[in-house]
Design a protein around this ligand. Structure first.
Ligand SMILES: [Zn+2]
Length: 59
């Protein structure tokens, strides 16, 4: 998959972060924000990050 910059911190560096519901998750190493494999930087992406923020208080 292509390197994608985090919409918040701008870092392209990602790490695998386990799976959820059978979908590979990644996170941005710099800020810890998660996203799903193959996901575009879109409204869906931001929505997912929002959901993650509510769970982790990482934002
Ligand atoms: Zn980030």
């Amino acid at each position: 998959m292509n390197k994608k910059k985090c919409p918040r911190c701008g870092s392209p560096i990602t790490k695998r972060n386990g799976t959820r519901n059978g979908v590979q998750l990644y996170k941005y190493q710099a800020c810890g924000r998660q996203f799903r494999a193959g996901e575009k930087l879109s409204d869906e992406h931001l929505w997912y990050l929002y959901q993650d923020c509510k769970q982790t208080i990482a934002c």
